[in-house]
Design a protein around this ligand. Structure first.
Ligand SMILES: Cc1cc2nc3c(=O)[nH]c(=O)nc-3n(C[C@H](O)[C@H](O)[C@H](O)COP(=O)(O)O)c2cc1C
Length: 330
């Protein structure tokens, strides 16, 4: 692990050497990956809904992560649904988070308001991921400890506002007073320096990390991602105001065609967008299957290597960028 070169409100809050967070990754962010992020000096979040209908499997993953980090704290990512009643399914997962003493929680999706009394009473530090400044400002009124603001470039669900990072980053830093991470396209050391220069306290990554050795997905999928360029992704499901930035593959092209034809009946989309297809893609390596979350920053995933090597590379590059700026200053 590289030694610490930045001290920000996020490194202090999470007690980590590097201002690098790795956000929830549906199906992929498990104990092995999250522990590797923590052991490399960042903070990662096990995605609890990667274990749907099986909270005890999630508990085992949390316990495994404790072993792999040697007791260092780590995070869990909790997706909050906009659908009425759908969040009841989170209850057994929250019980486990509290029972097992998980220290850090990333919430995403809808407002975390209803979950916060329980999480805060258990002493959790909560960072809410908001898809735009408007939502971040609402979250800031709640007792969350920090905020991630996602820009248009984010892989997965970047929200409907779709403001690019280069615009949104400085605006977010001006608008928010809580510790701030920027997500969406932030995946190199130069990005880290730019995020800090914009006024943020950390970057949060997703797409860049899917080729890490510790990610369990099939090697054929990772090898494909290593070869993609910045255009190999598209935003679909705008018809349903559920913008989804995914890998450009046969499935996302089929969904795009339905949208171009103006089809609004969800039944036509269901066979393509079922979340379990992405898991099958990761298992089989058939990257044409399902909606596979991916942003343009996947272009920086140029090599399959361990999480620690990725994070070291980001810190080294940030250091070089910092020196370069020092040299060009008059
Ligand atoms: C494969 C993949 C799966 C993701 N799954 C989730 C998820 O389950 N929950 C969540 O809050 N965010 C999820 N995200 C979003 C990331 O946590 C992060 O916000 C986003 O990837 C940041 O933008 P970037 O892709 O440009 O790095 C996912 C992203 C990717 C690439």
């Amino acid at each position: 692990m590289r030694s610490q070169i930045f001290k920000t409100r996020i490194t202090e809050l999470f007690n980590i050497p590097h201002p690098i967070l790795c956000g929830g990754l549906q199906w992929l962010a498990d104990a092995r990956y999250v522990a590797a992020v923590v052991n490399a000096g960042g903070m990662g979040f096990i995605t609890c809904m990667s274990f749907p209908d099986d909270p005890e499997a999630f508990r085992r993953e949390v316990q495994k992560c404790k072993d792999l980090t040697g007791g260092k704290p780590f995070g869990v990512s909790v997706p909050i649904s906009r659908r009425l009643g759908a969040n009841d399914r989170l209850n057994p997962y929250l019980d486990i988070i509290v029972d097992e003493g998980v220290r850090f929680i990333e919430t995403s999706g809808d407002s975390p308001e209803r979950l916060l009394p329980r999480l805060k009473a258990a002493g959790c530090i909560v960072i809410h991921k908001a898809p735009g400044i408007r939502y971040a400002l609402s979250a800031q009124q709640l007792p969350v400890d920090a905020i991630t603001v996602v820009s248009a470039e984010g892989g997965g669900h970047p929200g409907t506002l779709m403001v690019p990072q280069i615009i949104q980053g400085p605006l977010a830093a001006d608008a928010l007073r809580k510790p701030l991470a920027l997500a969406g396209g932030m995946s190199t050391g130069r990005h880290l320096i730019s995020a800090l220069a914009m006024g943020a306290d950390a970057i949060l990554m997703g797409s860049r990390m899917v080729v890490a050795e510790e990610i369990w997905a099939h090697r054929a999928y990772k090898e494909y991602v290593v070869g993609i360029d910045e255009n190999a992704n598209r935003v679909v499901m705008k018809t349903f105001r559920n913008h989804h930035r995914v890998l450009d593959n046969e499935t996302s092209r089929a969904v795009e065609q339905l949208e171009l034809q103006g089809i609004k009946d969800f039944d036509h989309y269901q066979p393509h967008v079922d979340g379990s297809l992405a898991r099958q893609a990761y298992e089989s390596g058939n990257f044409n299957l399902g909606m596979i979350d991916m942003g343009p920053s996947g272009v920086f995933a140029r090599e399959i290597k361990p999480v620690e090597a990725i994070i070291d590379e980001i810190i080294d590059e940030a250091n070089s960028a910092r020196e370069r700026i020092g040299q060009i200053c008059c």
